[in-house]
Write a protein that binds this ligand. Structure first.
Ligand code: G4P
Length: 312
């Protein structure tokens, strides 16, 4: 699928993170608990090196608890890494984050050696909400337009705990095709950058496989969805919700919008679109495909006739 997102302040943000990270004790990456693998920035490890990392699975109130547990175990098994699940609007659990940073950098704390933390995440993952919850104020702006946090800002959470906020950042190339769909379905990418019908069909494909009962119940469908094609499920939903064009035809665009709205608001139930094992497979396949593409491109360049026109 072609997703035409504008990576925004990517170069600036990348530079800012690279410079800031030298004086940082812990890097927090805020992930969307419904798509932890796809919402993780593939460039972050390269930018932050071996700094201890805290993975925060945010929006866990919308995600499948069983799968959240799998992802937490997956991250907690990695060196110098801890993971916690959060609902960013809840104050008490957000304090877990402070405790987890101290556990990752036990030498830091106190006025002489304040804890210095960098927080990163894709647009709309809930960074502003979390910061507001932690500070107990409305200092960080929140909103439903992707990427509202514009500038790097230092937030003093306590006399000995500093948090550097970075703008929500997406990366320029999607290596894992399925990640593009999952990011679009979650609301991380502006709606003009992708085809809603295509994304809704892919989402229904995943839901049909893992959460068929939730789809049937929410849309009060008359028949099981498993034997249907994704297109047939979308049509059935459109009919049930009265998204019609006349002459009995279904307004597929409207039906797609309904599906995405219901998913994003967890009206279907708590859903997670990927497991660690699935994501590892997608990543391996995506990386292989990407390597082949890059090799072909390099080969084409090598054999392209050089410009010998000598035009004067
Ligand atoms: P950002 O800074 O990372 O771009 O994200 P922001 O905090 O603006 O949050 C994006 C949306 O996600 C907001 O909803 C916010 O309320 C919601 N959100 C953040 N954290 C959580 C969470 O843990 N659980 C749930 N369920 N939602 C979360 P919005 O509809 O854009 O705005 P509003 O409803 O707050 O008005």
């Amino acid at each position: 699928m072609a997703i035409q997102w504008f990576p925004g302040h990517m170069h600036l943000t990348r530079k800012a993170i690279g410079e800031r990270v030298k004086d940082i004790d812990v890097v927090i990456e805020l992930l969307d608990a419904r798509l932890p693998g796809s919402s993780a920035n593939p460039m972050l490890a390269e930018l932050t090196g071996h700094k201890p990392g805290l993975k925060v699975l945010n929006k866990q109130d919308l995600a499948d608890p069983e799968r959240t547990a799998q992802w937490l175990a997956h991250y907690n098994a990695q060196p110098a890494t801890r993971a916690i699940g959060l609902d960013a609007s809840q104050a008490t659990p957000a304090q877990q984050l402070v405790a987890a940073c101290h556990a990752l950098a036990p030498g830091r704390g106190g006025m002489a050696k304040p804890m210095r933390v960098l927080i990163c995440g894709i647009p709309n993952v809930g960074k502003s909400t979390l910061i507001n919850t932690l500070t107990g104020s409305r200092k960080a702006k929140t909103g439903d337009e992707a990427g509202i946090t514009k500038l790097e800002q230092r937030i003093v959470l306590a006399d000995d705990f500093y948090l550097w906020d970075t703008p929500g950042m997406l990366w320029p190339r999607i290596v894992v095709a399925k990640s593009g769909y999952n990011l679009a379905a979650s609301g991380a990418i502006g709606r003009n950058a992708f085809d809603e019908e295509e994304v809704a069909l892919e989402l229904l494909g995943t839901l049909k496989e893992h959460y068929a009962g939730l789809v049937e119940a929410r849309f009060k469908l008359d028949a099981p969805v498993s034997p249907l094609t994704d297109e047939q499920v979308l049509e059935a939903i459109g009919r049930k919700r009265g998204a019609l064009l006349g002459k009995g035809r279904v307004n597929l665009q409207k039906a797609a919008e309904i599906v995405m709205h219901e998913f994003r608001n967890a009206n279907l139930g708590r859903i997670t679109l990927e497991t660690p094992e699935e994501f590892a497979q997608w990543l391996a396949a995506g990386q292989q495909l990407d390597a082949e593409r890059q090799a072909k491109k390099a080969n084409r360049k090598k054999h392209a006739p050089s410009d010998s026109s000598g035009a004067a």
